[in-house]
Design a protein around this ligand. Structure first.
Ligand SMILES: Nc1ncnc2c1ncn2[C@@H]1O[C@H](COP(=O)(O)OP(=O)(O)OP(=O)(O)O)[C@@H](O)[C@H]1O
Length: 211
C-alpha cells in the first residue's frame, strides 16, 4: 500500500494559481524532494499535505484513506516540520521534548528524550529556554521534536536551514536512517547535496531554474 498519495492537488490564492493538478506518491522507506525557486509552492504543498491548509482541489491519501488531521491515529503517523514552529518561552529544551514524548506515549520517554538530545547535539543546552538558543540550535530542537514521537511520514520544509556544514551532513545521515527504518519523507530543500544524498525522486516546482 502506498504510504502517501497526492492527486490532482491545486491551490490558488485569489487568481494566483500556485499549484495546479499536482500528483505524487511516496512509498514507505523512500524520500521525495521538492525543489524550485522561491515562491514556487513547496511550502504550500507541504502545508496542504499536512492538513494545515485546505487545497482548492485534489486529495491527500494516507494508506489509501483521506488524510484527516482531526484523527489522532492519523496524526500520530505524520510528523511535520513546517515554517510555524511554536515553542513555549518558559519551557526548557528538555521539557519540550518530554512534553511531546509523553503526549505521543513514547515507550520509554526519558530514555527516548536522552537519546534524542544526544543525537541532535543539544545535551549541553537541555536546560536552556528557547529564547536563549542560537538559530541553528533552535532548528535542532525542531528536528528533535520529530524524533521523540512516533512517525511513518516526515514532512520537512527546508530542514537544512540554519544548520552548519557538519549539521547538514548529520541531517543527511539522519534522514537516510529514517528511510532505513521505513519512514517515508517528503521534503522541500534548497540544498543540492541533501537532495542528492537523500531523495529517491525529485519534483521540481515552478519553471525557472533554481538558484
Ligand atoms: N496565504 C497566502 N496568501 C496569498 N499568497 C500566498 C499565501 N501563502 C503563499 N502564498 C503565495 O504562494 C506562492 C508559493 O509560496 P510558498 O511559500 O509555497 O513557496 P516556496 O516554494 O515554499 O518558497 P520558498 O523557496 O521561498 O520557501 C508565493 O507566491 C506566495 O506568495
Amino acid at each position: 500500500m502506498t504510504l502517501l498519495t497526492v492527486s490532482g492537488l491545486s491551490r490558488s490564492y485569489g487568481d494566483h494559481a500556485v499549484l495546479t493538478g499536482l500528483d505524487l506518491s511516496l512509498e514507505a522507506g523512500r524520500a521525495v524532494a521538492l525543489t524550485g525557486t522561491n515562491g514556487s509552492g513547496k511550502s504550500t504543498l507541504l502545508r496542504c499535505v499536512a492538513g494545515a491548509e485546505e487545497p482548492t482541489a485534489g486529495e491527500v491519501l494516507l494508506d489509501g484513506r483521506p488524510y484527516d488531521e482531526r484523527s489522532a491515529a492519523m496524526r500520530r503517523d505524520v510528523a511535520a516540520l513546517l515554517d510555524d514552529l511554536d515553542l513555549f518561552p518558559d519551557l526548557a529544551v528538555i521539557e519540550h521534548l518530554d512534553l511531546v514524548a509523553h503526549a505521543h506515549r513514547a515507550e520509554d520517554p526519558e530514555a527516548t528524550v536522552d537519546g534524542v538530545l544526544e543525537e541532535v547535539g543539544l545535551v549541553d543546552q537541555a536546560d536552556q529556554l528557547p529564547g536563549s538558543l542560537s538559530s541553528g540550535q533552535r532548528q535542532r530542537l525542531a528536528l528533535a521534536l520529530l524524533l521523540v514521537r512516533p512517525r511513518r511520514l516526515l514532512l520537512l520544509d527546508e530542514p537544512e536551514q540554519r544548520l552548519d556544514t557538519e549539521g547538514a551532513r548529520w541531517l543527511a545521515d539522519l534522514l537516510l536512517r529514517e528511510k532505513e527504518a521505513g519512514v517515508g519523507i517528503l521534503f522541500a530543500s534548497h540544498h543540492p547535496a541533501l537532495v542528492e544524498a537523500v531523495a529517491d525522486d525529485v519534483i521540481r516546482l515552478g519553471s525557472s531554474p533554481d538558484a
